[in-house]
Design a protein around this ligand. Structure first.
Ligand code: SAM
Ligand code: SF4
Length: 328
């Protein structure tokens, strides 16, 4: 088992399959001149598959594929097919901006994927362009609709809520998700953007969003059986029509129950989004190391995990990598 110095058992691995993306959200990527990794440095599907086998032996049970935008990685359904049949894997999920779901939903579903998170911060094209610095809100909306048509259920919607950017979208997004039976989750803006625009004042706290939602929909009731290792705290709307969740990473950190590890597209293992250290699995994979040696690297990475990310501490230093280089 992967247990750190604070007794946290690690069961979840987020795998970034690429640092590339078809849009340029300001809270994640630079707008221009992005230095993407060369193809030779990115893990192959076979390498990812081997790492997953080792991770499953170590007690990992949940895998989320992410990026960058995971669907821009050529042949992603092939990786899904390779992973979805692994015994011991209880949960395989994908986080996407949805742009390529119109063409790929069926293939992903047929490959065995059942869980989807789609990022959608606004329902207004103008605000979408302000955030993503590219056009295409309609593609994301079409992607969600296609995913539902091919059979995806319980689709989650991720919305990063940012002061003076998409504040006005909070209530419309909630109405939209209730009407379309989608589970909305608001994520606080974290200091992981590539252009250093993050400021504490831009963070719309989960508590303030809950207040706004309660004014519109009545009181929210915490969902009783929420898994404590889940980053989101889920609530039922008063009419129990849907749930809404809040990932309050900045104002109410949930590090105490964190069970996550991350693998970057170039094969660096990380024990925290905000951690400064990497453990290169790729180097071991490519120098002929054994599974036992790779498992030992997992253990070292977990053993070095700090109790919390420390965003609210004066000594906090942003990690060198931005979100698209780690995998959200
Ligand atoms: N491209 C995919 C997408 O956007 O869903 C997957 C990768 S993206 C990095 C994963 C999630 O991280 C998205 O929901 C995105 O909104 C969120 N995210 C990116 N940068 C963030 C930041 N600085 N603070 C909070 N959430 C962020
Ligand atoms: Fe791309 Fe996702 Fe980052 Fe937006 S959040 S730039 S969609 S990787």
């Amino acid at each position: 088992m992967l247990v750190d110095g604070f007794g946290r058992v690690h069961r979840s691995l987020r795998i970034s399959v690429t640092d590339r993306c078809n849009i340029r959200c300001f809270y994640c990527m630079p707008n221009e001149n992005v230095n993407f990794l060369p193809k030779s440095e990115i893990l192959t599907f076979e390498e990812i598959s081997r790492i997953v086998d080792i991770a499953l032996q170590l007690g990992i049970e949940k895998i989320r594929l992410t990026g960058g935008e995971p669907l821009v990685r050529q042949g992603l359904p092939d990786l899904v097919r390779m992973l979805s049949c692994r015994t011991g894997l209880k949960d395989l999920a994908l986080t996407t901006n949805g742009f390529l779901l119109p063409g790929l939903s069926q293939e992903l579903y047929d490959a065995g994927l059942r869980r989807l998170n789609v990022s959608l911060d606004t329902l207004r094209e103008e605000t979408f362009q302000r955030i993503a610095r590219r056009n295409g809100l309609s593609l994301t909306l079409q992607g969600i609709a296609t995913a539902r048509q091919v059979g995806f259920q319980n689709i989650r919607i991720n919305a990063v809520a940012i002061k003076d950017v998409n504040e006005e979208d909070v209530i419309p997004l909630a109405h939209f998700c209730r009407e379309h039976d989608l589970h909305l989750r608001f994520i606080e803006f974290m200091p992981l953007d590539a252009e250093n625009q993050w400021e504490q004042e831009l963070v719309l706290s989960g508590a303030s969003l809950r207040q706004r939602l309660e004014q519109e929909f009545g009181s929210l009731r915490p969902v009783a059986d929420t898994d404590p290792s889940q980053p989101a705290r889920d609530y039922w709307y008063a009419d129990k029509r849907q749930k809404v969740g809040f990932i309050d990473s900045v104002t109410e950190p949930f590090c105490g129950a964190c069970d996550r590890l991350r693998l970057t597209a170039e094969g660096a293992l990380k024990n925290c989004l905000f951690g400064h250290d990497d453990w290169s699995i790729r180097q071991l994979l490519r120098n002929g190391s054994s599974d036992v040696e790779i498992a030992e690297l997992f253990r070292q990475c977990v053993a070095s995990k700090k109790p919390g990310h420390g965003i609210d501490e004066p000594s906090f230093l942003r990690p060198k990598r931005a979100m698209y280089q780690i995998g959200g």
